[in-house]
Write a protein that binds this ligand. Structure first.
Ligand code: 5AD
Ligand code: SF4
Length: 517
């Protein structure tokens, strides 16, 4: 930006300030009609629900618009990420785009010229955190009207969120969704020069854009998207609305990305999708996750993980390929959500308790040492004490070694949100506490089995609690802390486990004789 443009932009922002109080007094319709003549393309959850037949096009020709190159020179950006790995990876893409515009990463909000909140809509408390953070950013914006504040990610896909931001937080400069991340450079430009809040959220998913730049966090582990969206429509879940229909990347594009990561020295990749087991269903040829894993296991990269699985689509071909081992690790995260077939039916999970147990039996038969972990929701509408007890017994029967446990949170626009959220909060909390106590117990006893054993640890860095200690994960995803030279960071090393804790293991480095582990 030249000096004239800078002044112009600064003046515009000051005008915006003067209008903040006036804006607060208007309702959102008035705001849209009178004030927002800039890009205003709000989300619509009903449209997002529709699954159209239209094929998804794949583009390989993305480039930064000529007039945007260098606009971030001498400027800094900060992206706060909430929610799942998919969001973490989207943040890496946005960091890539901003870096290509010339921006540098900022250490904290006070030195940033652009702040993006990459949000999560999965539960109400995730959303509350974001609204809290938006509130905290207001004084910064008051101090520095040139600061650009953007809200993106899953929350932006919800009409209610966009309306609330318009009404209560008009100092936000731009809102964009999960389907148009590649539009960030143009939206940023518009936000810099526009008086109005720039809102561009596509309710219908867009095409797949293959060659977006990425700045990955770290050089040891990498995320690789294999598909986007979800068509499962579990009755409690907002994801099929915020992330659109299932769209698979082509196998050759994924394989090429993993090969490149291997060549760059990455030690681990995690294949990502909201429902990775549906991978390939939308492709024009017969191809599934099992076929993809068969190809990826031939690539020279030490560790390959995948997440998140849906039990319904977890097929025999995948089990057969996973059982071959090698770089395919035997840790499977398999969200069950409830142990009661009746609750599962109302959740529209499309499997019963018995189906799930049969799948676990097949996995165990093929991979006797596999670690299973899961996700569970407690307090779903009408969940009885007996039904909750079925979740407790399933937890034991499968022997999950870890579980992410959640209190049900109604999400506007989903079918379950129309049903009365009729389990009292004390009951939900009590169920969660009992479940968590069992999860802790099972995690601890799984950890204890490792005492005295030697495990392979991918060393990620210094432990968060003690810089003298190194930490990393085993193949089955157990956190290990041990003292050794920092030169081992990024390597896979043998560690003898000396002590098991509930959620981690302490160990000692085993002297390496051959250097190959
Ligand atoms: N309330 C509570 N938990 C939810 N999850 C998804 N939607 C909801 C909701 N509305 C949980 C599920 C899912 C995980 C990512 O979040 O357990 O597997
Ligand atoms: Fe949250 Fe789901 Fe969006 Fe991930 S995809 S950020 S978990 S709502």
């Amino acid at each position: 930006m030249n000096e004239k443009q800078r002044k112009e932009s600064s003046q515009i922002k000051q005008d915006t300030h003067a209008n903040l109080d006036r804006l607060k007094k208007m309702d959102s319709d008035e705001l849209i009609g009178k004030y927002f003549q800039s890009t205003y393309q709000p989300p619509n959850l009903k449209k997002a629900k529709k699954r159209l037949k239209k094929d998804v096009d794949i583009h390989y020709d993305f480039s930064i618009p000529e007039d945007m190159k260098g606009i971030g020179k001498d400027k800094k950006f900060l992206i706060r990420t909430y929610g799942c790995q998919m969001n973490e990876h989207d943040t890496e893409v946005m960091a890539g785009l901003l870096t290509d515009l010339g921006y540098q990463p900022a250490e904290d909000t006070s030195e940033a010229d652009v702040i993006l909140l990459n949000t999560c809509a999965i539960r109400e408390n995730a959303e509350n955190k974001v609204f809290g953070e938006i509130g905290h950013l207001k004084p910064l914006k008051m101090e520095n009207p040139d600061l650009i504040i953007g809200v993106c990610g899953c929350m932006s896909q919800e009409e209610s969120v966009v309306n609330r931001i318009l009404k209560k937080h008009p100092f936000v400069d731009m809102i964009f969704g999960t389907h148009n991340i590649h539009r960030l450079p143009s939206l940023l430009k518009e936000a810099m020069f526009s008086k109005a809040m720039v809102v561009e959220v596509w309710s219908k998913e867009g095409d797949i854009i293959e060659n977006l730049p990425k700045v990955r966090k770290g050089n040891i582990k990498a995320w690789v998207n294999i598909m986007y969206g979800c068509d499962k429509f579990c009755t409690y879940c907002i994801v099929p609305y915020t992330r659109g229909k299932e769209r698979s990347r082509l196998p050759e594009d994924i394989i090429q990305e993993v090969r490149q990561l291997a060549a760059q020295g990455y030690q681990e990749v995690t294949l990502l999708g909201q429902n990775v087991n549906a991978y390939g269903k939308d492709l024009e040829f017969e191809y599934g996750l099992g076929d993809l894993m068969e190809e990826i296991r031939k690539i020279d990269i030490p560790r390959v993980r995948f997440t998140t699985s849906h039990p319904r689509d977890f097929d025999d071909r995948l089990i057969e390929v996973l059982a071959k081992g090698g770089n395919l690790l035997d840790h499977i995260h398999l969200p069950v959500q409830s142990g009661s077939s009746d609750v599962l039916r109302i959740m529209a999970r499309r499997y019963t308790r018995e189906d799930y147990l049969e799948l676990v039996r097949k996995i165990r038969e093929a991979m006797p040492n596999a670690t299973l972990t899961t996700d569970i929701i407690v307090g779903f509408p009408n969940e009885t004490d007996e039904q909750f007890e079925e979740t407790m017994t399933l937890m034991k029967e499968v022997g999950f070694e870890a579980a992410y446990t959640f209190i049900y949170s109604p999400r506007e626009g989903t079918p379950a949100a129309r049903w009365e959220d009729n389990i009292p909060m004390e009951v939900k909390k009590e169920r969660l506490q009992r479940l968590n106590a069992l999860v802790n117990e099972q995690s601890k006893s799984a950890m204890e089995k490792y005492e005295g054993q030697v495990v392979k640890v991918l060393v990620e860095g210094e432990s968060k609690k003690d810089p003298e200690v190194l930490s990393g994960y085993t193949e089955r995803n157990k956190l290990v802390n041990f003292k050794a030279s920092k030169s081992l960071i990024g390597k896979i090393v043998p560690v003898k486990i000396t002590k098991a804790k509930t959620w981690s293991l302490d160990g000692e480095l085993v002297e390496m004789t051959s250097g190959v582990y």
